[in-house]
Design a protein around this ligand. Structure first.
Ligand code: PDD
Length: 287
């Protein structure tokens, strides 16, 4: 079935949605994005995603394409028009179409940003089998640029890392820099040892996951101990449990790293409980 997508002020059938070949998103990867989960037709962690979008835009001196209220209205209308109950909304903003290719940024007074929103349907979280079997990850060097806290559309290396994982018979890759795990290809990484949840601290080295922020809040509310620090692959392999978080995976157990089984090699109790808490709280708070 054809989706309705939003492009620069209009809701159109996907086959009619177009962006210029001179768009800086296409020519320069000069754009940022957000992914918001939809559960039961409602938006999960929406204020967090919009706050991060504002931050990404301002770090890149890119004008905002719309206010937070306007973006909420656009998200809701898009869900309505597509009748989406379970899935995601992708929001893409670029520095627009200056009409020519040039390394210098165009004047924001004359070139408007490009704004695109589209939906993608997914099974309900409870129907995702990987949550029961857990993921196998491999480690690969993190050779991305050094502003990973900005959610840019420069996703080539994460895509390559995903392909390396597939080629190795695994599900995903954890990126390693200076001997420590930064994050997953499109998710934040965690281990659990002696009941303590360990995940890398926030810096320019990782994306400040919105799911991460919500999950750590729920974990602390449930009296769980959280340690924000980097860890090594060896530490992960010797951990009791491991998992990842993202808007698309929620909380997803990891059962092996570079072929070494973690704990019992099945999803652990902490990851399983955190997934339940996250899904329950997200449903309650969704907009
Ligand atoms: N990815 N780290 C990276 C590199 C990511 O791309 C993502 C999200 C995360 C988790 O962030 P959040 O919890 O806010 O989704 C961490 C999205 C889902 C994607 O690119 O599809």
């Amino acid at each position: 079935m054809s989706r309705t997508v939003y492009v620069n002020g209009a809701f159109v059938p996907e086959a009619e949605a177009t962006v210029s070949v001179f768009d800086r998103g296409f020519l320069m990867a000069d754009g940022v994005y957000e992914v918001t989960t939809v559960m039961d037709g409602r938006l999960v962690d929406f204020p967090g995603h919009m706050a991060r979008l504002e931050r990404s835009l301002s770090e890149l001196d890119m004008p905002s394409p719309a206010t937070a209220d306007e973006l909420l209205a656009l998200h809701r209308e898009l869900l309505e028009r597509n009748g989406l109950q379970q899935g995601r909304v992708y929001l893409q903003v670029t520095r627009g179409n200056p009409g020519d290719r040039d390394f210098a940024f165009p004047d924001p007074a004359t070139v408007a940003p490009t704004l695109v929103l589209f939906t993608q349907e997914t099974p309900a979280p409870e129907a995702i089998g990987a949550a029961r079997s857990g993921l196998r990850v491999i480690s690969v060097p993190d050779i991305r640029w050094h502003r990973r806290d900005i959610k840019t559309v420069q996703l080539l290396y994460p895509s390559m890392a995903k392909m390396m994982a597939k080629a190795a018979g695994a599900d995903d890759a954890w990126l390693v820099e200076d001997g420590k795990v930064t994050e997953g290809t499109s998710n934040n990484a965690y281990i659990v040892k002696n009941g303590r949840i360990v995940t890398r601290e926030l810096s320019h080295d990782i994306l400040h996951g919105i799911t991460r922020a919500a999950l750590l809040r729920y974990a602390r509310e449930a009296q769980m101990v959280v340690e924000e620090r980097a860890f090594t692959i060896a530490e992960a392999q010797a951990a009791d449990e491991a998992f990842i978080t993202s808007a698309s995976a929620f909380v997803m157990p990891v059962v092996s790293v570079d072929g070494a089984q973690i704990g019992a090699g099945t999803p652990g109790p902490v990851a399983t409980r955190l997934r339940e808490i996250y899904l329950e709280e997200s449903r309650k708070a969704a907009l």
